[in-house]
Structure formats: structure tokens, C-alpha cells
Design a protein around this ligand. Structure first.
Ligand code: HEC
Ligand code: HEC
Length: 700
């Protein structure tokens, strides 16, 4: 244990004893009915008692103290060990589109979409490491986000229609014609390894393949969960597929690895990386260097593999392969945590870290439902709030497996409609854990998720049908299942329907103000801005590549010397998504849309007052494709002395431009938008000038 984390835990223990010694008054207060304005000290000692020691909720200060497989003597198992070199490599791999190279034409893939997406396409730092969208798209998708007038980040990624035309005239699915008959993650996997000898009822691979779309568009028919806290569960994926022993009917764990390594392997296959990524990575000298640093033993077995001269064919295979790639990825996943929320500071002894409302929310969260509280902590406990409160191994990787899965009566993710059509089985359902264990007693059970960072998530539960934390809290408060089939499966949790006991009325029945307090606690007390924006003073690392990660010229001159370009992942491709729309979303390039628009100067609206002349310009999308992101209206050929007063900036070649925030981030074909341009110092009537239009979010 590092000194820092030892200290934190010891401090917490002594505070706890202090609070107890302080005696009767504080405790009596804490045990009473949830009070209006409970002090932080009383709340802390109450929670301490509820969870069997407040230190079970604290995030270790050092990455090496986060759960990882250990040997009998307590030392890390070297094969899985969390090291900084593996973490940094794993983070680079996670965000680098160079790996999605396995797009096979015989499976409907189109060469153009290869290497345009990454793990980060569906796990975005600005969206709580979830996708931020109901549908998630990696290869075959385009776009990342736009920023609106108020500076809000709006995630958006859609299926590409330019290279992947819709399959049918009438879409089977009302959202996006392109996602027709898309197989789910599991189906792709079962097809890839499909062998009826495994004793499973397999989908008919011939039928799924007949769509010709298996490799065209990568999307998973569940809402992407956050990866925060992945170290703390011994099963991952929402049915617990990852970490399940190979001997289980639905287990696919050929190496018998822990959930983190197993999930990274399974996802290499699902997301078009397995087998083909290594050759791509071996071409990049800076990656060779990072693999050498992360895997010294494997590097020793590959003496011919060096970043300084092109390695002989196959010379790097012992070092750079699917196994080292998924091991580094697993380390990155284990270290994806937040440490600097108001909640963490509160646990650490800061009495001002939570607002009174958040403290009331915390009190409800950690009070048993049978005692009038909300009882959330019984399922959401441990440092990431994704474990059972009585997990016998709170500090380690967790012992409880079956107890971590619950049927909350939820409906399917909308994309499962395609699964029903693809299988020609109208009754097919995503039934969670049963798919993995084959047991009816597991039907419709899904794994408990982390509650950290959710304010940015936008879509909740495995079906993505809830769009705010408040809606989720209300769902628990009502205790009424949303789906009749899940409710009738015989596995519905009474802790959801009747948390106050079997004879009681359904749900928690909390007052609106209590729902508000709980929501405030989850949204704000558990939110860490440093996960989104690099903060050198914070113990939390940014999820996206941070300046420290990618300012190679300053922090990693050795990688810069090997060709790494500042601001980009090691391949030099755009971070996470390397399609043209995403590059415009990230400010890396622009599209000239002048020819696609008609520009009209509205006659009666031109006004002149004082020294200011204004023109109102109507810009209409006369083309057949959407004009996206920000629209930059550039005024060219202005006479000397004339200035655009409301300009947002000046282009690199000296012309003023106005940045227009399009409603919903787009101007659809046929739509128009009016723009007011103000000029100063011009003679009247207004001189002629020329407008050009660019789409893109950067500085032109
Ligand atoms: C196409 C979108 C997409 C891509 C690309 C993607 N994921 Fe995911 N991820 C998901 C979805 C959806 C789930 C939930 C799947 C399930 O439960 O079966 C998920 C689940 C996970 C989980 C489990 C989290 C939990 O709490 O159980 C981890 C870890 C993860 N992904 C990591 C990765 C890594 C590493 C990569 C790259 C190799 C990756 N993801 C690529 C969409 C994606
Ligand atoms: C009986 C166990 C249980 C209890 C009690 C419980 N939860 Fe959960 N919670 C879960 C499970 C399981 C999921 C994931 C379900 C799914 O997606 O299918 C979940 C998911 C969530 C999510 C969505 C996370 C995401 O990323 O989509 C939120 C928010 C949440 N719970 C908050 C709460 C709050 C607040 C309470 C107390 C009112 C609570 N939970 C009580 C089991 C529980």
C-alpha cells in the first residue's frame, strides 16, 4: 500500500472512531428519521455504520492500489499487474482508430470504413465514458458531437449513408434505415466462434450473413455502459459474459482470465480489431516503443523488434499481438476511475464538500428502504457504487457474482427489434444473464452499474430508454415494471417492486423533494470535472487523451522523435473517430459548402444606422445532404476599411467570418437559416462582397 492511500484509510478509521467517541448525541441524531439538515459529521458516521466502514467506499489514491489479481502473498500477479507503462499504452490503444482494420468485404464490409473508429467511438469522456447516444456506432458511423450556442457539448454519431446505402426502401426500423438487420454483439461473437458443439442455440449464421452487413456497421443493441470502476466487478458486460468461466454454457474465456482481460479480448473481436490490428500497430515506431516499455519480458523474446529501423516481417509478433494489446487495454480499464468528486472529498473529511440537499440525498441513498430510506446502497456500494454492500471482498475484485444481477422489469433496447427480425422470432428478447448462464432463474437479470459521472450520460439502463437520472430515480420510486414479459419471468426483484417489504405498497413512495435530493446526490455529488477536462491539480485522470498524454514534444520527446504528432494518438489519426464528419466536429478540417447553398440578401431588411450597416442573409441548403456542425460565413472581397463588426474571428488568409450555430447542429436539405452580418466603416450603399461557407467547428 502506498503511504498516501494508507493515510487516507487510517485517517478515515480514526475519524470514524472519533465520531463514535464523540458519543451519543451525534449517533442518536444519525439514527433518527432522515432529518432536514443533518450535519456532515453525523452523516459520515451514519454511512460508516451502514457500510461496515467508510473506507470501503474510498477510492485508493494510487492506481496500483486499485483491484488487480494478486498472488497468495498479496503481491500483484505479474501477468496482470497494473503498471503505468501498460496503462498509458492501453489508453493510447483505446483511443486510436488505427486498430479497426478487420473489415472484410466478404462480410459486407467496405474498405473505406476501416480504421475510422475505436473503443472511444462508443465510450466518450464527455459522455461519462458511455456513448451519449441511444444507438452506438463505431466503424460505419460518422460524427462525434457538436457544441451549441451556449457551449454545451452534444454527442451525436450516426450511420454513414454516403458509402453504405440503406438496404431496403421501407426501413424495417423506424430510426435509421441503415441499421436494418444488424446483429448484436453476442450474435457477431457467436457467429465468429459459432459451434453448435458448445451446446447453445445459435442464431442461424447464414441468415444473419445474408444481410451482407455483418462487417459494414458496428453497433451494439444495448446502451453502452460506462467503463468507470471496471476494476471492481468480477463480471463485466451487462449479462456478465466477461469473466464467466469457459465451462459455463455462455462463457467464452479460453484463457480463464479475470473479467477485465476477458472483456478486452471479447471486444477485440466484436469491434473489428482481432487478428488485423497487430500488423497495423507494428508499422508505428512509437507503438513499438510503448509495447517494449509495457512488456519487457515479451520484448526480450522479440530482439529483432525495434522502433529505430523497420523490423523484419514477423519480428515483432512476440511483442505486439492480440494478447499484449488486450492486457494493456485491461490495465487501462482497471485504472478508469474518478477520485475527486464532492463525495470523495466528503468521505475524506471535507465538511463543506456536499450541499445540504446532497447530504439529504446521501442519507436517503444509504438508509435501508425498510427504515424509510431509498436503500440504493444495498446494490450500489463500494468505491464505484457498483457492488453489493456486503461483498466479502470490498477492497479486492469482489466475490459476489449472482447477487450482482437483478431483474428490474425493463424493456429491450430498441435495436433488439432487428434481432427479432433477423432471427425471424417475434418473441426473441435480450434476457441478460440467462443468455450467459442458460438458467431460467437468471432471466432478465442485468448487472448493477456504477453511478459515477452519470450527469453526462444522457441515456440510462441497458435499454437506453431513460434520458435523465431523475427518470431513473422515479422508476425506482414507483417500483412498477415497464415491461410485462420481464415482469412475468419469475425473477423480478422484490427489492425493486416492494423495497419496503412484501406486504407494503409498491415502490419507495418518496416525496418529490426527496426524489430531487437523491437526483442531486447522484448527478452532482458523484460528478468529477477532471474526468472531462484535464486538471493538473486533480488526482483524477482525464478519460480522453490529455495534454500530458499527447504533447509529445514536451512530455515524451522520445515518442516525438519516433514520429508521434502532438495532439494525436500515436498513429496520427484523429482521436476516437477518423471519419470526415468527426474530423470537422473536432476542428481538424472543414468542408466548403458554398456550392451546396443558395445565399440571398434579404432586400427590405438591410438597415443602416450611425456608422453601422447590417445585411440579413438567408442561407438555404439547396443540396441533398445535411450541412453539419457549425456554419462559418466568411465575407470576402470587402473594400479596405470595411470591417465585419460582429465577426467571430478572422480566417488564416485574413477574411472576417461569423460562426453560426445551427439549430440541432444541422441544416437539412431544404432548410434555411437567416444570418445578420454587421459592417462598420463602409460607404453607402453597402459595397458588394462575396460570401463563402464552410462547415466545421474549428478556427478556419
Ligand atoms: C459500437 C460501440 C462500442 C464499441 C466500439 C466499444 N464498446 Fe464497449 N460497450 C458497448 C456496449 C453497448 C456495451 C454493453 C454490452 C453488453 O452489455 O453486452 C459495452 C460494454 C463495455 C464494457 C463493460 C462495462 C460494464 O460495466 O460491464 C467495457 C469494459 C467496454 N465496453 C470496453 C470497451 C473496449 C475496451 C472497447 C474497444 C476494444 C469497446 N468497449 C468498444 C459499446 C461499444
Ligand atoms: C436491487 C438492486 C438495486 C437497487 C436497490 C438500486 N439499483 Fe440502481 N441499478 C441496479 C441495476 C441492476 C442496474 C442496471 C439495470 C439495467 O440497466 O438493466 C441499475 C442502474 C442504475 C442507474 C443507471 C446507470 C446507467 O449507467 O444506466 C442509476 C442512475 C441507478 N441505478 C440509481 C439507483 C438509485 C438512485 C437507487 C436508489 C433509489 C438504486 N439505483 C437502487 C440495481 C439496483
Amino acid at each position: 500500500m502506498t503511504n498516501r492511500s494508507k493515510h487516507r484509510v487510517r485517517d478515515a478509521r480514526s475519524r470514524r472512531q472519533g465520531a463514535m467517541a464523540a458519543g451519543g448525541l451525534a449517533m442518536a441524531f444519525a439514527w433518527g428519521a432522515a432529518s432536514a439538515d443533518e450535519g456532515p459529521v453525523a452523516l459520515r458516521s451514519f454511512i460508516d455504520m451502514q457500510v461496515g466502514g467508510i473506507e470501503t467506499l474510498m477510492v485508493p489514491a494510487d492506481d496500483s492500489e486499485l483491484p488487480q489479481p494478486r498472488r497468495a502473498d498479496g503481491s500483484p500477479d505479474p501477468f496482470f499487474e497494473t503498471t503505468e507503462a501498460k496503462r498509458y499504452l492501453g489508453k493510447q490503444l483505446f483511443h486510436d482508430p488505427v486498430r479497426t482494420a478487420r473489415v472484410r468485404e466478404e462480410f459486407g464490409g467496405i474498405r473505406e470504413i476501416a480504421q475510422t473508429a475505436s473503443c472511444g467511438s462508443c465510450h466518450q469522456g464527455e459522455s461519462a465514458s458511455k456513448s451519449g447516444t441511444l444507438f452506438n456506432f463505431a466503424v460505419g458511423g460518422e460524427g462525434r458531437h457538436y457544441t451549441d450556442r451556449n457551449g454545451n457539448f452534444v454527442p451525436r454519431r450516426r450511420a454513414r449513408t454516403d458509402v453504405l446505402p440503406p438496404l431496403r426502401a421501407t426501413p424495417l426500423f423506424a430510426g435509421d434505415a441503415l441499421v436494418d438487420e444488424l446483429p448484436t454483439l453476442t450474435d457477431i461473437y457467436e457467429f465468429a466462434v459459432g459451434s453448435p458443439a458448445r451446446g447453445r442455440k445459435l442464431p442461424d449464421p447464414g441468415r444473419l450473413l445474408a444481410t451482407g452487413r455483418l462487417d459494414a456497421l458496428d453497433s451494439v443493441a444495448r446502451n453502452a455502459p460506462g467503463v468507470i470502476g471496471a476494476a471492481f466487478n468480477n463480471r463485466l458486460l451487462m449479462g456478465g459474459f466477461a469473466g464467466e468461466p469457459d465451462s459455463s454454457p455462455g462463457g467464452l474465456n479460453p484463457f480463464g482470465h479475470p473479467a477485465q482481460e476477458n472483456v478486452a479480448l471479447l471486444l477485440l473481436d466484436a469491434h473489428r480489431m482481432l487478428e488485423d490490428q497487430s500488423a497495423e500497430l507494428q508499422k508505428i515506431p512509437a507503438f513499438i516503443k510503448l509495447f517494449q516499455e509495457a512488456f519487457p519480458q515479451e520484448a526480450a523474446a522479440a530482439p529483432g523488434c525495434s522502433p529505430s529501423f523497420p523490423p523484419a516481417p514477423g519480428g515483432c509478433d512476440a511483442l505486439i499481438n492480440d494478447i499484449t494489446a488486450f492486457r494493456a487495454t485491461a490495465t487501462f480499464l482497471r485504472t478508469s476511475v474518478t477520485r475527486d468528486t464532492g463525495w470523495d472529498r466528503f468521505l475524506d473529511g471535507d465538511n463543506d464538500a456536499l450541499t445540504p440537499a446532497q447530504r439529504r440525498g446521501a442519507r436517503l441513498f444509504f438508509t435501508d428502504a425498510r427504515d424509510g430510506g431509498a436503500g440504493c446502497y444495498s446494490c450500489h456500494s463500494g468505491p464505484m457504487l457498483n457492488k453489493q454492500v456486503d461483498d466479502p471482498d470490498v477492497a479486492g475484485v469482489g466475490q459476489f457474482v449472482e447477487e450482482n444481477f437483478y431483474n428490474l422489469g425493463l424493456a429491450d433496447h430498441p435495436l433488439q427489434a432487428l434481432n427479432r427480425a433477423g432471427r425471424n422470432d417475434p418473441d426473441f428478447r435480450d434476457d441478460g444473464r440467462r443468455e450467459v448462464t442458460g438458467r431460467d432463474s437468471d432471466a432478465f437479470k442485468f448487472r448493477v452499474l456504477t453511478l459515477r459521472q452519470l450527469k453526462d450520460a444522457r441515456f440510462y439502463f441497458h435499454n437506453g430508454l431513460f434520458t435523465s437520472v431523475r427518470d431513473v430515480v422515479r422508476y425506482f420510486n414507483d417500483g412498477v415494471p415497464q415491461d410485462a414479459v420481464a415482469a412475468a419471468a419469475g425473477t423480478l426483484s422484490e427489492r425493486f417492486t416492494h423495497p419496503r417489504g412484501s406486504g407494503s405498497s409498491p415502490g419507495l413512495g418518496l416525496a418529490n423533494a426527496q426524489v430531487d435530493d437523491l437526483t442531486d446526490f447522484v448527478e452532482n455529488a458523484l460528478y468529477d470535472p477532471a474526468f472531462v477536462r484535464h486538471d493538473p491539480a486533480s488526482p483524477t485522470k482525464m478519460f480522453q487523451l490529455s495534454p500530458i498524454d499527447v504533447q509529445y514534444s514536451i512530455y515524451r520527446p522520445d515518442l516525438a522523435a519516433l514520429g508521434a504528432i502532438d495532439g494525436f494518438p500515436l498513429s496520427g489519426r484523429a482521436e476516437d473517430n477518423d471519419d470526415a464528419l468527426s474530423r470537422r466536429d473536432m476542428g481538424l478540417e472543414f468542408l466548403d459548402v458554398t456550392a451546396q447553398a443558395t445565399i440571398t440578401r434579404l432586400p427590405d431588411q438591410a438597415r443602416a444606422a450611425g456608422g453601422v450597416a447590417a445585411d440579413v442573409i438567408r442561407i438555404r441548403n439547396a443540396g441533398t445532404s445535411i450541412i453539419d456542425t457549425h456554419l462559418l460565413v466568411i465575407a470576402r472581397d470587402l473594400p479596405a476599411g470595411t470591417k465585419m463588426i460582429n465577426a467571430s474571428g478572422t480566417t488564416a488568409d485574413g477574411a472576417p467570418y461569423l460562426r453560426v450555430f445551427l439549430p440541432d447542429g444541422q441544416l437539412a436539405p431544404g432548410q434555411s437559416t437567416d444570418v445578420r452580418l454587421q459592417f462598420g466603416g463602409s460607404p453607402r450603399p453597402m459595397p458588394a462582397y462575396r460570401l463563402t461557407l464552410l462547415s466545421g467547428q474549428g478556427e478556419p
